[in-house]
Design a protein around this ligand. Structure first.
Ligand SMILES: Nc1nc2c(c(=O)[nH]1)N[C@@H](CN(C=O)c1ccc(C(=O)N[C@@H](CCC(=O)O)C(=O)O)cc1)CN2
Length: 276
């Protein structure tokens, strides 16, 4: 089975449009805050701006000045701004300090300590959209997670770590192994997985002999090669061994952007309800 992102994203966008009708003339606004974005970041920013146009949601790109902290404080206090996304990498600026200064209510990518901590503590937080997209896809296609052995390749703050916590949540109940560059026996640990998630950012990293017969493979990798998006998984050879696999492009990435806008609309509602 091909786990395409489009039907999952379509459902999310349709929910967003329903909510937008209820807001009448009022609209959320997303700010993409960047500093000398590279090709990959620019390509993502273009996708987000285009999606905003389709949804009739304003997306504003703001370039960092020499006073990033003041800029973020202004955006935090601006009631017209519902979400702030700090585009990675933020060249020439300490990205961690900037992320920590975003109001948790507007941190729609869930990159700050309050939202990341919320994954452990309970409800009312924004998990990083890519991590949430993986769970959303598995649920949409009715793939059982409870009690399954899940191996995640990559321990980033935006995917590997938060995703491991989402899999461990009560009601989801996966059993998780997180592998990284210092892991011994990464191939064996991958081959032991019922659900294998690759979030490494290396083209062709997951080969056919890394995958158990009948496994589910989720490719989170978005690597720009000759101007084209490719994943971490050697798709053509690996797909034969799987019962379900995500394509790249058209898989997790498609759902990630939809979840980003879902968070933005949630933030807009919270702010309207007097959250700030
Ligand atoms: N704050 C952030 N900054 C950056 C991110 C991010 O997720 N948050 N991502 C990277 C670049 N990147 C992934 O590493 C990336 C590049 C391009 C796209 C994109 O075009 N997405 C498409 C869907 C693609 C697909 O189908 O797989 C879309 O949005 O429709 C996404 C991510 C840079 N900085």
């Amino acid at each position: 089975m091909l786990l395409e992102g489009a039907p999952v994203a379509k459902r999310i966008y349709s929910e967003i449009k329903d909510q937008m009708i209820r807001f009448e003339a009022k609209k959320p606004k997303l700010v993409l805050y960047c500093s000398h974005p590279d090709d990959s970041t620019q390509s993502y920013m273009r996708s987000i701006v285009k999606r905003g146009e389709k949804l009739d949601i304003p997306v504003e790109v703001i370039e960092a000045t020499e006073k990033p902290f003041e800029q973020i404080m202004q955006l935090n206090e601006d009631p017209a701004v519902s979400g702030i996304m700090i585009m990675h990498p933020l060249k020439g600026i300490d990205e961690d300090i900037v992320i920590k200064s975003i109001s948790p209510l507007k941190d729609v990518e869930g990159r700050g300590p309050t939202n990341l901590g919320g994954i452990v503590m309970g409800e009312g937080y924004y998990a990083p959209p890519t991590a949430e997209a993986v769970i959303e896809i598995l649920k949409f296609y009715n793939i059982a997670i409870r009690g399954k052995d899940i191996t995640i390749l990559g321990r980033s703050t935006t995917v590997g770590k938060p995703l491991s916590l989402l899999f461990l949540k009560k009601g989801i109940d996966g059993t998780v192994t997180v592998c990284h560059s210092r892991t011994h026996g990464i191939q064996e640990k991958s081959r032991a997985a019922d659900i294998l998630v690759s979030a490494v950012g290396k083209t062709g990293f997951v080969r056919e002999d890394w995958v158990k017969e009948g496994a589910v493979v989720i490719d989170v990798g978005i690597n720009l090669v000759d101007g084209k998006i490719v994943g971490d998984v050697d798709f053509e050879n690996v797909k034969e061994k799987t019962i379900a696999i995500t394509p790249v492009p058209g898989g997790v990435g498609t759902v990630t952007t939809a979840i980003l806008f879902r968070h933005l609309v949630e933030s807009f509602k919270r702010i309207l309800d007097g959250g700030i």
